[in-house]
Design a protein around this ligand. Structure first.
Ligand code: IPE
Ligand code: IPE
Ligand code: MG
Length: 249
């Protein structure tokens, strides 16, 4: 593992990695277990992947933990997921501090139970002094929610007269997104094999490199993460330019 890490570090490490952690339910069902068993195992994967991202020197790791649409799952599963997320984060907070990891949250907290918001905010506060990896959890998040909020906010600034419509640029929109303090993801990983983005960071992934693996999230290992980064390092990012232009600069 050490040689793999140092090999990757001699190349270009993505500053921001975003992950759609999918496949917990299928992982559990495949072994005849309840879906919730997959979510429990998924928490272990979160710890492993946070650790390897931090070791590689990734700046931001955004994990899609619970989408706006996931509120429509059976209430029992929703309750288990909320409880699991909060409990796991609280349990991990001392280690996050020790490993210099700062916790952040994006999502519609108004839909989350009060206890969850309160306890997650405490963890965010407790890790606020960390200067290493930012671990950003997307909970009760969807891109359409985020963009709708941004439009609402921009519209009210225009109405109040503090924003001129002629002055609305891409930067204005970026400044009103939940991710306003983060760079766009360089690499987007989806586990579980489905080739879709499921309402995740639609604006921000405009030029992200996408890596999809069939591996279910509970089975996704540190080595798998390194593999995704290795694939990223082989890609030529052109941002609309020609290959010749990119290679010249
Ligand atoms: C991802 O696993 C976790 C969440 C969406 C909360 P799933 O629960 O979606 O698992 P599958 O996709 O049904 O296997
Ligand atoms: C995406 O997974 C959301 C999270 C990983 C939290 P889903 O399982 O909800 O997405 P779909 O339903 O397959 O699109
Ligand atoms: Mg799923």
């Amino acid at each position: 593992m050490e040689t793999i890490i140092s090999g990757l570090k001699s190349g270009n490490i993505p500053c921001h990695v975003a992950i759609i952690m999918d496949g917990n339910g299928r992982w559990a069902q495949r072994q005849g277990l309840e879906r919730s068993a997959g979510h429990v195992r998924g928490v272990d994967t979160v710890r492993q992947i946070t650790e390897i991202a931090s070791q590689l020197g990734v700046g931001y790791l955004t994990l899609y933990a619970f989408s706006t649409e996931n509120w429509n799952r059976p209430q029992k599963e929703v309750d288990i997921l909320m409880d699991l997320i909060v409990t796991a984060i609280e349990r991990e907070t001392p280690d996050l501090i020790k490993n210099n990891v700062r916790l952040a949250l994006i999502g519609d907290t108004s839909r989350m139970p009060g206890f969850a918001v309160e306890r997650l905010n405490r963890c965010i506060q407790d890790t606020s002094g960390s200067t290493g990896l930012t671990l950003c959890l997307a909970i009760s998040y969807s891109s359409r929610w985020e963009l709708t909020e941004a439009v609402r906010q921009i519209a009210s600034e225009v109405r109040e007269g503090t924003l001129n419509p002629d002055q609305i640029h891409a930067e204005t929109i970026i400044a009103h997104l939940a991710t306003r303090n983060m760079p766009d993801p360089d690499l987007l990983i989806r586990t579980g094999g489905d080739m879709r983005v499921s309402n995740f960071l639609l604006w921000q992934i405009a030029y992200s490199e996408i890596y999809v693996t069939d591996t279910f999230w509970p089975d996704f290992s540190q080595l798998d993460f390194c593999n995704a980064v290795a694939h990223f390092q082989k890609r030529e990012r052109r941002f609309g330019l020609t290959g010749e232009q990119v290679r010249k600069s």
